[in-house]
Ligand binder design. Sequence first.
Ligand code: ASP
Length: 365
Amino acid sequence: MRGTRVRKAAAICMGAAVAWTAVTGAAGQSAPSKATGHWAIVVHGGAGDIERAKLGPEGDKAYRAALTKVIEAGAAVLNRGGSSLDAVETAVRMLEDNPLFNAARGAVFTADGKTELDAAIMDGATMRAGAVADVSHTRYPITLARTVMEKTPYVLMVGPGADAYSVHAGMEQEPASYYFTESRWQSLVKQLQKEGRPIPPRPAGVPPEGGIVPVAQWQETAGTRRYGTVGVVAVDRKGNVAAGTSTGGLQGKMPGRVGDSPLVGAGTYASNQSCAISGTGVGEYFIRYTVARDVCALVQYKGYTLQQAADAVIQKKLRPIHGDGGVIAVAPDGQMAWSFNTPGMFRARLAEGGKVEVHIYNDEP
Ligand code: ASP
């Protein structure tokens, strides 16, 4: 196949030597470059029942400050000529470290009180993608996803095998207590009580109940948001787009449930022929309606603008069927868009030479 590199690689996986023939990267798409020579980046921190009254001024300020810092860090990568892929990974890692967001450090809990993380990254220049699902010890799932993309012949790795590969690849590992946030725990307990389901024991190594500082009202509200996935999309000066998404999934999910975030074409997608997308919302809808790919297909085959395409899927298709959530998007020509059908979505965008825009509620631009 033209442009395809077939490479022999060897890897030590879970203590055993495994040899494989990897068909990696550079499958390429001979799309004419739409590069404008300018970069752009869009970030989200989840969509859901995010309202001014519930978040309060303190919460509002905390989220805006966090989103600003993250988008500035991603922009700095692009501004020094870095790739969209590097910008996406850098920004997602910061979100994964921040307990305000439902990704890695601040992930929601499964019904049995555990942490199961999903992430994906995609490179629109080469159509390569890497993803992980149900990992529990990796500090930066987005980096693990990128390593799956770059160092293995696979696209998606799951569960203990993915965690083991992450150890093998030398990535930072964390105990269950690292992912514990009191607000998320209280939120899980409330949900399970309401649904009449059993309450799991607190994870090992966390402060005993009552032995902790009570969480602020806004933190509790933030904890009750069941959708808080993070995502970043970017286009670099060469016109290459990339997308990355990372999540703890849906609060109270059954162990083993995987959402849309790590699934290419559902919650994450990037192609230089159309656009890069990261989604957030009820994953089952995003999977069944292949939301990320659908938005890009409207751009690619129907000539929609990015905003028209995002609205067509999020507002026209998903809203009527209660597929709650939203997407952020960029295109190789620098278009940026977002669309969501929930009361709020934590979001920020910045194009080269412009000003950072940070918005939360649906009455903002
Ligand atoms: N889409 C994610 C999932 O279903 C959740 C979210 O966006 O908050 O796993």
